[in-house]
Structures are given as structure tokens and as C-alpha cells.
Design a protein around this ligand. Structure first.
Ligand code: AQP
Length: 325
């Protein structure tokens, strides 16, 4: 069984990415699962090429540092020839209307138009690239949040259509809802989720932040003036976020945490210690991998080789059936 998940290098990995995705992939992933750094997805809005390259490398190192098996990770652009080929084949089976229905495209393009920023064709066609990612690897399950479920549905439609029109080439993937995970919020604005591409980093804890910086950011986290140590996400969202972070790092239920502390300051100190210890091994191992370029290059090349090998037969079949191979 292949479960397939990706992470986009639109910024440095955050505590949210770590607790909500990376740590779970490392702990709960099965031997057939595949994880990829989706750098091609990071090109659908304005981006800086050198930054994209550096962040993709850093994210790859972080996935491995967090404990994901090195032969289960790869960088998407290392499969650009295969993905380019399959994306084109699938685009030629996808109607304009199907692509135009994607809610994420409608929302993102509307926002860009309001900001008077150009809407790239890549933003429009990226769900087909995502279908190619999934179908190329023969994924059985794609764990996604609500915002991506429609894209997996498109991948299912395109797989069925191709198989029905030209012949069996693809596994029809299933979108699965991942088990509920901590939704880490921005420490400076708990109404927002902690985003790796946030413009203002004061409320964002990055995996690679040094302990002192983590401590300073947590100390400044927005709480409230109630002075009441209880887990009440609706009334005290900032405090609840801190309690959830501490709970995720220690494995205790968030509701049980307040009883152990007598002030917000004391709680923040405990959160800081827990986050520092949670991230320390990942940060240190990531650093080691980034410093030892040879080892990371080897992991990357091997990941790309395995991903290409795994998908070669499927791509050849699709090309042959589509009349272009
Ligand atoms: N704050 C969060 N709490 C819990 N989980 C989170 N994830 C992201 N933020 C949080 C999970 O991380 C995985 C990778 O996400 P992605 O690269 O597809 O980007 P995203 O979901 O759009 O998350 P980001 O980090 O906020 O990126 P930007 O800033 O580019 O939008 C996913 O499994 C996601 O659920």
C-alpha cells in the first residue's frame, strides 16, 4: 500500500509542519509510503529561484532528520522529465471546465487579481501536475486536508478516464482524511494557522530556529488579560494554542496541562523547554546533513533514482496507450 504526501518549500519548515505532518509521517508511516518535497508546486506564485533550491534541500534534510526512511523521500523536480511528460498527457484528457472548477484556483486567483498580481497559467494547471505526481507513483491513498481533497478527486477522475479511454495504466487513488492532528496557530495572531510562508515571522516557530530564538518568540506569544489557566480555545485562543503545543510535545491531553502551572509566564517557560527539546534532534540532524553535502546529495540522488524506477513502467504504459511512446 502506497500512501503519498508532500511538502512545499514555500518557506522554512515550521513547528506546525513538524507536529501536523513530518513527525507523523516519520512515526506512523508504513514501509510503502512516499514523501516528496514539492518544489514544482512552489513555482505557482512569485518565487526566488535560489531560495527555492536552498529550501527544497533543507526540507529534504529535515524529512530525513525527523526519521523518515531516506529511500522513501524524493524531490519533485528530480522527476521533471517524467512529470512533464505525464502532466501533458493528463492535460490532454482534462477539460478546461474541470480545471476551472478548482476552488483553490478560484480563491487564489481572485486574491491575486485584487492585489493586481498576475495569475500564472501554472496556478491553473497545477492540479493536473498534482494528479501526475500521484498517478506516476501509483499511490493508493493520499492523505489531504479539505483544501486539497478536490485535487485528489480530479486525479481520480483523470485516472479513471485514461484507463477507460486508452487502457489500464493507473491506480485510482483514494483521498483519505488524516487523523486529527494539532493545528498549530501563529503565536502572534492565534486566528491564523502557523504558516511557513507568513510575511511576519515573530509568531512562527521554525524547526531550524536556535533555542534562544524559540524561547524569545514563545515568551512574546499573545495570550489574554484574563489570567485564567484553562483550556478554552474559543475564549482564550492564544493560551489554548500554547497548551496544545505543550500537549503535542509531551503527549498529555491539552485539558490536563493547565493544572500543572500557576501563571502564564510559568506555562510559557514550560512550552519553550518542550518545543526546544522536541525540535533539537531534528534541527541538529538537519544541520549535520546540510553540512555534509555529500551524504545529502547521495540521499537525494538515491531517492530520485528509486522514484524514477518505481514509476518507469507506469509512464511507459501511459505513453504507449496514449500513442506517444
Ligand atoms: N500550522 C499547522 N499545523 C499543523 N499542520 C500544519 N501543516 C502546515 N501548517 C500546519 C501541515 O504541513 C504539511 C505540509 O504542508 P504544505 O507544504 O502543503 O503547505 P501548507 O499546508 O499550505 O502549509 P504551510 O506550512 O502553511 O505552507 P504555506 O505557508 O505555503 O501555505 C501539510 O500536511 C499540512 O497540513
Amino acid at each position: 500500500m502506497i500512501r503519498f504526501s508532500g511538502i512545499t518549500p514555500s518557506g522554512h519548515a515550521t513547528l506546525g509542519n513538524h507536529l501536523g505532518a513530518i513527525r507523523r509521517w516519520a512515526r506512523e508511516g508504513g514501509p510503502g509510503d512516499l514523501y516528496f518535497v514539492s518544489d514544482l508546486h512552489g513555482m505557482t506564485s512569485a518565487y526566488h529561484p535560489q531560495r527555492l533550491r536552498v529550501r527544497a534541500r533543507e526540507l529534504l534534510a529535515t524529512l530525513v532528520a525527523a526519521g523518515i526512511e531516506a529511500d522513501q523521500v524524493f524531490v519533485q523536480s528530480d522527476l521533471l522529465p517524467q512529470l512533464g511528460t505525464l502532466t501533458w498527457i493528463l492535460e490532454c484528457t482534462c477539460s478546461f471546465g474541470e480545471a476551472a472548477r478548482m476552488t483553490q484556483f478560484k480563491e487564489k486567483s481572485a486574491r491575486r487579481e485584487l492585489e493586481a498580481t498576475p495569475v500564472r497559467v501554472g496556478l491553473f494547471t497545477y492540479p493536473v501536475l498534482m494528479a501526475a505526481d500521484i498517478l506516476l507513483q501509483g499511490a493508493d491513498e493520499v492523505p489531504v486536508g479539505d483544501d486539497q481533497a478536490q485535487h485528489v478527486e480530479l486525479a481520480r477522475t483523470l485516472a479513471r478516464r485514461f484507463n477507460g479511454t486508452f487502457g489500464e495504466a493507473f491506480v485510482v487513488p483514494a483521498a483519505v482524511t488524516p487523523p486529527a492532528a494539532a493545528r498549530v496557530r501563529d503565536l502572534a495572531n492565534p486566528a491564523r494557522k502557523m504558516d511557513k510562508s507568513a510575511r511576519d515571522a515573530v509568531g512562527v516557530l521554525y524547526v531550524m530556529d536556535e533555542p534562544d530564538l524559540l524561547r524569545r518568540k514563545i515568551k512574546r506569544a499573545v495570550t489574554d488579560g484574563l489570567g485564567r489557566l484553562e483550556f478554552r480555545p474559543d475564549e482564550q485562543p492564544g493560551l489554548a494554542n500554547l497548551l496544545e503545543i505543550l500537549a503535542a510535545c509531551t503527549g498529555k491531553p491539552a485539558r490536563d496541562v493547565p493544572a500543572e502551572y500557576s501563571s502564564y509566564a510559568e506555562l510559557k517557560e514550560a512550552v519553550a523547554e518542550a518545543v526546544i527539546e522536541e525540535l533539537r534532534p531534528v534541527r541538529e540532524r538537519t544541520k549535520e546533513l546540510l553540512d555534509d553535502g555529500v551524504e545529502l546529495d547521495r540521499i537525494r540522488a538515491r531517492g530520485a533514482e528509486l522514484a524514477a524506477e518505481r514509476s518507469a513502467h507506469r509512464l511507459a504504459t501511459a505513453r504507449r496507450l496514449a500513442g506517444v511512446g
